[in-house]
Design a protein around this ligand. Structure first.
Ligand SMILES: Cc1ncc(COP(=O)(O)O)c(C=O)c1O
Length: 442
C-alpha cells in the first residue's frame, strides 16, 4: 500500500487568499483550482527531475511537466548551467543580443524547409503572428482552425470563437472560421463557403486522426488549392513526436510553423518559423513596400531563454532524448493498460496510443465520458503522490521505476474508481468535479 498524502493545510491557506490577488489564481486557466480536486496541492514550491513539492512539503511524481513544457526534467542541470552562465552577461540590451544569430541558425538547421524565424515569449504570440503574416501575405482577412481542437491562442481571433468570448467584439469573431478536424470535406466546404477570403488554416498535426502524414498532406493540398497558407502548430508536438517535431516525422512542408513549450525545457522561449518569401514580409529591407508589424516585443530576445533553448537542443541531439521519451511512453502504455485490465476496467478507463503524450479517458456505466469519475481518479492518484491531470507526458528524466510507481498508484486508485462507478462518484469525491476551461458561465 502506498503512503497517502493527507495534509493540504498550507495549500488551503494559499487557495483562500490567492484569488483576491490574482484573477483566476494562476497565469494559465489550465493550472487553476477549478481544474483540480479539492484534495490537491494549490501551488508548487520546487521541482527536481520528475518530482515536485507542494507548500506542505508533499512530494509528487509529475506527469504533465509544466503543461508539457519541461521536456528534459525540472531544474535539469545542463540547461540550468547554460542559463546561469548567460545571466552573468546580462539579459536584455538596447540592440539585439549577439546570440540571436546563433539561435536563429541553430533552430533553422532543424527545419530545412523553413529559412526564417522570429522569437517570442509565449506560444500565443507566435500563433497570432502567424495569422497576421498569413493575412498580410495573401491579402485575405479570414483565418481558420479546426473547431473541435482545444487551443491555439489566448488572443481574440481564437478565444472569440470559444464559449469564453466575453470582451471580444462580436464583429471580430466573423474573421475566424472553423471546420471539423476529422473531416476534410468540411474543410473543402469551408473554403467553398468563403471563396478567396481565407488567408490560412492553422492546426495541430497529430491531434484527432489516424493517418497523420497522409491526412496532413491532403490538408495542405486543399489549403494551397484555395490560395491559403497552412500553419502547423507544433506547440505540443515540437520536441515530442520527433526532433524537432511532426514536421520531420510526417515529412510535410507547412508554410509557417509555431513552436514553444518543450523547446527550452520550461523557459519562456517560443518561435514562428516559415518560408522566406512569407516571413520576409515582416522585415525592413523592402524599401518602398508596406511594413508588416510582425512580432515586436521587449522580451522576445531575452538571452538566458535563448541559452535554455540551445542547451535543450544540445541534449536532444546528443542524447537521443526522443528515443528515451518514446520508450518510456511505450512502457507506460503497456504497464498502465495491464493494471487497468487486471481490475477488469478496460471499458471504463482507456489510454491513447500516442507514446509521446498519453491521454486518459474515463467513462461511466453508460459508457459516457464522466468528469466526476475523472476527478475522483485524480483525487486518488494525487493522494498517492502522483500529480495527475489526465495525461502523462514522458520526459528525459522519467525512468522505468517512475512508470512502476504510476502503475501501482493506478492499481490502488482504481479500487476507489470502481466504488465510484458502482455507487456514484459523489460518495467518494471531496469537493466538486473539475470544470471545463472553456465555459460560458463560471
Ligand atoms: C496547440 C497550442 N498552441 C498554442 C498554445 C499557446 O501557447 P502559450 O500558452 O505559450 O501562449 C498552446 C498552449 O497550451 C497550445 O497547446
Amino acid at each position: 500500500m502506498l503512503n497517502q498524502i493527507t495534509n493540504f493545510e498550507k495549500s488551503n491557506q494559499y487557495r483562500n487568499k490567492i484569488h483576491s490577488l490574482i484573477p483566476g489564481g494562476a497565469h494559465t486557466y489550465s493550472k487553476g483550482d477549478d481544474q483540480f480536486p479539492l484534495l490537491s496541492p494549490a501551488a508548487i514550491t520546487k521541482g527536481e527531475g520528475v518530482y515536485v513539492w507542494d507548500l506542505d512539503g508533499n512530494k509528487y511524481l509529475d506527469c504533465s511537466m509544466g503543461l508539457t513544457s519541461v521536456s528534459l526534467g525540472h531544474a535539469y542541470k545542463p540547461v540550468i548551467e547554460a542559463v546561469r552562465k548567460e545571466l552573468e552577461n546580462g539579459v536584455n540590451f538596447q540592440r539585439p543580443a549577439s546570440i540571436e544569430m546563433e539561435m536563429a541558425e541553430k533552430f533553422l538547421e532543424l527545419i530545412p524547409c523553413h529559412q526564417m524565424i522570429k522569437f517570442s515569449k509565449n506560444g500565443s504570440t507566435a500563433t497570432t503572428a502567424a495569422m497576421k503574416l498569413a493575412r498580410a501575405y495573401t491579402g485575405r482577412e479570414l483565418v481558420a482552425f479546426p473547431g473541435d481542437h482545444p487551443f491555439y491562442s489566448y488572443d481574440d481571433w481564437f478565444i472569440g470563437k470559444t464559449a469564453c468570448n466575453k470582451g471580444v467584439p462580436s464583429d471580430y469573431m466573423n474573421y475566424t472560421v472553423t471546420y471539423n478536424s476529422m473531416d476534410l470535406n468540411s474543410l473543402e466546404e469551408m473554403f467553398q463557403k468563403y471563396p478567396g477570403k481565407i488567408a490560412c488554416v492553422i492546426s495541430e498535426p497529430e491531434k484527432t486522426h489516424n493517418q497523420p502524414a497522409d491526412y496532413v498532406q491532403k490538408l495542405i493540398d486543399i489549403c494551397h488549392k484555395h490560395g491559403a497558407l497552412y500553419v502547423m502548430d507544433e506547440m505540443i508536438t515540437g520536441f515530442k513526436t520527433d526532433y524537432p517535431g511532426s514536421i520531420k516525422k510526417l515529412n510535410v512542408v507547412p508554410d509557417l510553423a509555431t513552436w514553444g513549450k518543450g523547446i527550452a525545457n520550461g523557459f519562456s522561449f517560443c518561435a514562428l518559423t516559415g518560408k522566406k518569401e512569407i516571413m520576409e514580409l515582416g522585415g525592413i529591407n523592402r524599401p518602398g513596400e508596406e511594413k508588416v508589424f510582425l512580432i515586436s516585443t521587449t522580451h522576445g530576445g531575452e538571452t538566458h531563454a535563448m541559452s535554455a533553448c540551445m542547451a535543450t537542443m544540445k541534449e536532444f541531439k546528443e542524447k537521443n532524448v526522443i528515443a528515451h521519451n518514446h520508450s518510456i511512453g511505450d512502457l507506460f502504455i503497456s504497464k498502465v493498460r495491464d493494471a487497468i485490465a487486471k481490475k477488469g476496467l478496460s471499458d471504463y478507463v482507456s489510454l491513447s496510443d500516442s507514446n509521446w503524450m498519453v491521454a486518459f479517458a474515463f467513462k461511466n456505466k453508460d459508457k459516457a465520458i464522466d468528469n466526476g469519475l475523472r476527478t475522483l481518479f485524480m483525487q486518488e492518484m494525487i493522494k498517492r503522490g502522483v500529480l495527475f491531470q489526465g495525461v502523462f507526458v514522458p520526459c528525459f528524466s522519467h525512468q522505468a521505476k517512475d512508470v512502476d510507481f504510476f502503475a501501482e498508484a493506478v492499481t490502488e486508485s482504481l479500487d476507489v474508481f470502481t466504488m465510484g462507478l458502482e455507487n456514484g462518484y459523489g460518495k467518494y469525491l471531496i469537493g466538486e468535479p473539475t470544470k471545463p476551461v472553456f465555459r460560458k458561465i463560471l
